[in-house]
Ligand binder design. Structure first.
Ligand SMILES: Cc1cc2nc3c(=O)[nH]c(=O)nc-3n(C[C@H](O)[C@H](O)[C@H](O)COP(=O)(O)O)c2cc1C
Ligand code: SF4
Length: 399
């Protein structure tokens, strides 16, 4: 039986018109289990099924590309840029539903300057010609390989290219809706392209996409409005952003709170609050836990749509964040890599059996630096779910 102090995690939640069984989401987490063309593999199906069947009420599928035009680094990740991606995405939405969760997918218009290595001659672009920053001080040992990268000066995007990216987001949005997903999360966090546009550090444009805060936010607002218009008001469109960039001259919380209000007004159905960029990598992937809750609570006070944030391991802290009203939902990333049964173990009142992430940063090195499928020392089954009969996708029993 669920311990009383964890009960708040198992109340249902409405996002827009969509009901979600509990307050636990798999945060979007790039695990690189695909092929070079962004296709869904059997391993992806089994990995995501295991997270849904483990009891998370919502599975947010990782960073997914919408165009192959510009440099894009996550190796072996997912794509929604082409009709060829549709059959795989349809199976992916299906197995997440079989596991008992709602399925969202995170769409990314580009990595911008943080693509670091331009691929196959594709151009490195950004809002302005400001190159990526890389955190140098206090970087976890497993992540030091990122310092081998030499950030290049990007080419500022032309206006018509920005419009082209808006169209690519809509085409991908239509595709994932057709595939059966329940919602989309627009990736504006962690210093990727949209984060660069909202950033006073990276965005030095002089046109209507730069200068004032409203101009810097414009690209993001346009994408939200475009998606809502194309997909219908009942289809969930959320937005993830870093409420503090964690770099000198970067976006700070007070402006991020104002931006959150504008996102809600533009039609965002929920907000996912995160932190940091590559210049402040340990903000994105904190060593501790519960480090982002305060920022999320500040955003939640300013808006009326549901708000979630990541960075929980302990069910006590996760449940406290929900029961005290800091967030509506917790989004677990490394906790569910280490143990997909985290929600079930908490619901069944046996949280002491959870396998805890030990913050070795191996998964981050695999995903962000080496571009190989992630592995985890505390969960040797991660990445091998396709061989585990207990993780194999099962359709619901016929009634
Ligand atoms: C291996 C790995 C890959 C990640 N990929 C994504 C991603 O695709 N999109 C995203 O918004 N955040 C991504 N993140 C960040 C997580 O969603 C989360 O915000 C961060 O890890 C902090 O939460 P945690 O303490 O629960 O891990 C990733 C994190 C890890 C560890
Ligand atoms: S133990 Fe290491 S590899 Fe596993 S989830 Fe935690 S940081 Fe990632």
């Amino acid at each position: 039986m669920t311990k009383p102090q964890h009960q708040a995690l198992f109340d249902p939640l409405e996002i827009g018109k969509l009901s979600i069984a509990n307050r636990i989401a798999l945060a979007p987490t790039h695990v690189g289990m695909g092929d070079e063309r962004g296709m869904v593999t059997d391993q992806y199906l089994c990995y995501y099924y295991a997270r849904a069947a483990g009891g998370a009420g919502l599975v947010i599928v990782e960073i997914t590309g919408v165009t192959g035009r510009y440099a894009f680094a996550p190796g072996r990740g997912l794509g929604a840029a082409s009709g060829r991606n549709l059959p795989g995405l349809r199976d992916l939405a299906r197995v997440i539903h079989w596991g008992g969760a709602r399925a969202f997918i995170q769409l990314l218009p580009g990595q911008g300057v943080q693509a670091l290595v331009p691929h196959q001659g594709r151009p490195l672009v950004g809002p302005s010609d400001v190159p990526a920053l890389l955190q140098k001080e206090d970087l976890p040992k497993a992540m030091r390989g990122i310092l081998r990268e030499m950030p290049e000066r990007p080419r500022p995007l032309e206006r018509d290219e920005i419009h082209g990216l808006r169209e690519a987001m809509v085409r991908a949005g239509v595709r994932v809706k057709r595939a059966g997903f329940d919602g989309i999360e627009v990736h504006g966090a962690h210093g990727y392209l949209l984060g660069q546009f909202t950033s006073p550090y990276f965005n030095r444009r002089k046109d209507e996409y730069g200068g004032t805060p409203e101009n810097r936010w414009r690209f993001s607002m346009e994408i939200i409005r475009d998606l809502k218009e194309a997909l219908g008001k009942d289809f969930v469109v959320g937005y993830r952003f870093s409420a503090r960039e964690g770099i000198e001259g970067g976006l700070e919380l007070p402006e991020a709170v104002e931006m959150a209000r504008a996102l809600e007004e533009a039609g965002a159905d929920y907000l996912s609050v995160s932190r940091g960029c590559y210049g402040s990598a340990t903000h994105v992937f904190p060593r501790g836990e519960d480090e982002i809750t305060e920022d999320a609570a500040a955003v939640r006070k300013a808006v009326s749509v549901p708000v979630m944030c990541p960075n929980f391991q302990s069910p006590d802290l996760a449940a406290k964040a929900v029961s005290e009203g800091s967030v509506d939902m917790v989004a677990l990333s490394r906790a569910l890599l280490a143990d997909p049964l985290w929600p079930t173990k908490v619901r069944e009142g046996r949280p002491e059996q959870i396998r805890r992430c030990k913050r070795c940063y191996g998964c981050v090195r695999d995903a962000v630096i080496d571009h190989v499928p992630v592995r985890c020392p505390v969960n040797p089954a991660l990445g091998f779910e396709r061989f585990d009969p207990g993780c194999f996708p099962r359709p619901p029993a016929e009634s």
